[in-house]
Design a protein around this ligand. Structure first.
Ligand SMILES: NC(=O)c1ccc[n+]([C@@H]2O[C@H](COP(=O)([O-])OP(=O)(O)OC[C@H]3O[C@@H](n4cnc5c(N)ncnc54)[C@H](O)[C@@H]3O)[C@@H](O)[C@H]2O)c1
Length: 303
């Protein structure tokens, strides 16, 4: 897959969870292609250092900016996108990548209400809130592209990662539900679904150097990883290839990009009456949702 440098040149991207790891690698790739990048993260010092380095590499041109953003809070998410607009003039691209993982012994940990809050809030609500705001920021400008970070865990189910898997299945479902946005406001949404990548998140699981009884860290330590560059290629291709919409792209070891197709609801029999009903619904829904966009944009402008 080739990446045309021209697609990104002069565009503006917002990246959540871009202070380090996969988000940072995508930020570097975008800046090197002439894109302006705004990073929103909760790791303020690391995020500011990343942005300083990106600006140093851009040789005197302001290429990147940082703003503290907790993706679970609408106020922060709105501030992130408004900041991108005031710094660089608008938003064309969003990489919604902020995420957290559970400890492997989650299932038998204390029954504490807090235990079920963090992962769904960051991995699901964070993606949902950022998508809704990104969509408005992009619609205002005539369109754009959103890539969310799901995971192979959006299709698989290792026991030790049960709640993480559930959140990433949700991100896959969210992505696949948004196809109509392209026709409503010219915004495409796709998901990158990496296998294990060498980042701080993986180190949290492998517990390198520690002696642990749980067999999962050792299993993950010996599991194959996908190169971060492969994940970056996948992300860039989902952004620049305008035919891609609601795609879930697996990035697999050692260097494989493969689209995971959704299942068909009625594979064994055709149902022309239902097909016709669905076609008519799509037409009616498009008219209805287009009528809601204008008022939503007005509220976004006033926020
Ligand atoms: N590393 C892997 O093996 C792997 C595999 C598949 C998917 N993923 C996904 O990739 C994404 C990036 O993870 P990574 O591997 O680079 O790990 P990472 O821990 O290095 O990066 C995650 C980033 O998200 C940020 N973040 C966490 N909570 C946040 C919040 N509430 N608001 C804003 N930012 C927040 C963190 O501060 C961090 O910068 C995650 O969504 C993760 O689930 C990772």
């Amino acid at each position: 897959m080739t990446v045309s440098d021209n697609y990104f040149s002069g565009k503006v991207a917002v990246i959540t969870g871009g202070s380090r790891g996969i988000g940072r690698a995508v930020a570097e790739a975008l800046v090197s292609r002439g894109c302006k990048v705004v990073i929103g993260d909760v790791l303020d010092q690391v995020g500011q250092e990343t942005v300083n380095e990106l600006n140093t590499r851009a040789a005197g041109v302001k290429a990147a900016a940082y703003i503290h953003t907790d993706v679970t809070v609408y106020k922060d998410v709105l501030a992130l996108f408004k900041f991108a607009e005031s710094e660089f003039g608008g938003v064309d691209i969003a990489f919604l990548n902020a995420g957290v993982i559970n400890k492997p012994d989650y299932m038998f940990s204390p029954l504490d209400d807090e235990a079920e809050k963090l992962l769904p809030e960051v991995n699901i609500s964070g993606v949902v809130k950022c998508t809704r705001v990104a969509m408005l920021a992009m619609a205002k400008r005539g369109g754009g592209v959103i890539t969310v970070t799901a995971s192979c865990a959006g299709f698989l189910g290792p026991f030790a990662q049960s709640i993480y898997n559930a959140t990433k299945h949700a991100v896959v479902g969210w992505t696949r539900s948004l196809g109509m946005l392209k026709d409503i406001c010219n915004v495409r949404v796709n998901a990158v679904c990496p296998h294990w990548v060498e980042t701080d998140m993986r180190h949290k699981i492998t517990k390198k150097g520690e002696v642990v009884v749980d067999p999962y860290p050792a299993f993950v330590q010996q599991s194959p990883t996908v190169k971060i560059d492969t994940v970056v290629s996948g992300v860039l291709s989902l952004m620049e290839d305008e035919s891609r919409n609601t795609e879930t792209l697996l990035t697999l070891p050692p260097n494989i990009l493969r689209v995971q197709e959704p299942i068909q609801p009625f594979p064994e029999q055709s149902n022309p009456a239902y097909d016709q009903l669905a076609e008519q619904y799509e037409k009616d829904a498009l008219v209805y949702y287009k009528s809601l966009l204008g008022p939503a944009l007005k509220k976004y402008e006033q926020a």
